[in-house]
Design a protein around this ligand. Sequence first.
Ligand SMILES: NC(=O)c1ccc[n+]([C@@H]2O[C@H](COP(=O)([O-])OP(=O)(O)OC[C@H]3O[C@@H](n4cnc5c(N)ncnc54)[C@H](O)[C@@H]3O)[C@@H](O)[C@H]2O)c1
Length: 383
Amino acid sequence: MTRRTVGIAMNGVTGRMGHRQHLLRSVLALREQGGIPLGDGTAVLPEPVLVGRSEHKLRHLAEQHGIARWTTRLDEALNEPDVQVYFDAQVTPARYDAVVAAIKAGKHVYCEKPTANSLPEALELARMAAERGVKTGVVQDKLFLPGLRKLKRLLDGGFFGRVLSVRGEFGYWVFEGDWQPAQRPSWNYRAQDGGGIVLDMFCHWQYVLRELFGPIRTVQAVTATHIPERVDEQGRTYPATADDAAYGIFELDGGVVAQINSSWATRVNRDELVEFQVDGTEGSAVAGLRRCRVQHRSVTPKPVWDPDVPSTVDFRAQWQEVPDNHEFDNGFKHQWELFLRHVVLDEPWHWDLLAGARGVQLAELGLRSAAEGRRLAVPELRL
Ligand SMILES: NC(=O)c1ccc[n+]([C@@H]2O[C@H](COP(=O)([O-])OP(=O)(O)OC[C@H]3O[C@@H](n4cnc5c(N)ncnc54)[C@H](O)[C@@H]3O)[C@@H](O)[C@H]2O)c1
């Protein structure tokens, strides 16, 4: 097999997402499998150049994984002649400047969500990329989760009849950091550092709802900062200035009503950390990260409300598991493969910076809706 390398400047690879999902499970995993076969005897081999702030951490990471090139200077990485793609998984507020630099250097861009801290910035990035003719991609990993792919299969197969509503529950308890260390970075709880669950999760709910059920037309949200004070990585107490829970209602084109609760201050009594129940005229489904269970109209039991009698029915047992019927690869890796094929072969792709801006738009409108106590229209975004 002939190898065709694509240099990728990878920024933010010492962070949670950049390290585990993007470097280890995607780019290095693709290298280990011999690249992405193009079907004509050639394979695309991603060639990472690590970029970051800490020389010590980068050197260690590079040595650990046999990566030849790393630098603490973004311009240096962008000047490497074989680097075609810039990837960004830095903290959100650092993204805009770095992506602008990459676009100006003529590099294709692939980055984490949210693409920017504000809608004007997110749109500006999308416009700038379009003007300069570079290809762009934004991580929309939830679409590639096995549970949601099974849900998509059910939708495509017409299982639901007319979809009526979607109810999503996302969340878990994030420790405050005092008596047990927090399992998420402290910047997530500071609005001034790009934190907040609305900015984090509404970006995801935007593309999940749009791609599976239809574009979002209105949003109404109530947000809360349930835990007002937390303890950071250095053991210092800090005020939580960002929302740690959001209770959202979204009306979709075509009439589907979606409700999604997102919380870092809830304890899990579900089978998975995120679950969506979809109710349709012909059947219902509950999809999580990996599993998806259904109940068809033909086997729907007839519960009768009677609080005086203890329930003897195991409601969950009345649902049927949707089989895998397919081997699901890591979702981040899958999307990387599609993006690199788009870069190299010009294959169709629509998860670009404009799609990323839609996520930022929904987050901004969600926060405004909560602040003003109003339901707000979500206009269709254009470049
Ligand atoms: N797709 C997803 O499911 C998903 C999940 C979590 C986070 N994210 C996104 O990925 C990005 C990174 O999140 P994370 O959880 O990996 O964060 P993290 O704190 O673990 O990592 C942040 C990275 O940014 C770098 N960085 C650059 N400038 C920085 C600065 N001024 N302060 C602190 N760090 C700086 C850090 O060195 C580190 O490499 C965020 O934009 C976040 O929204 C996406």
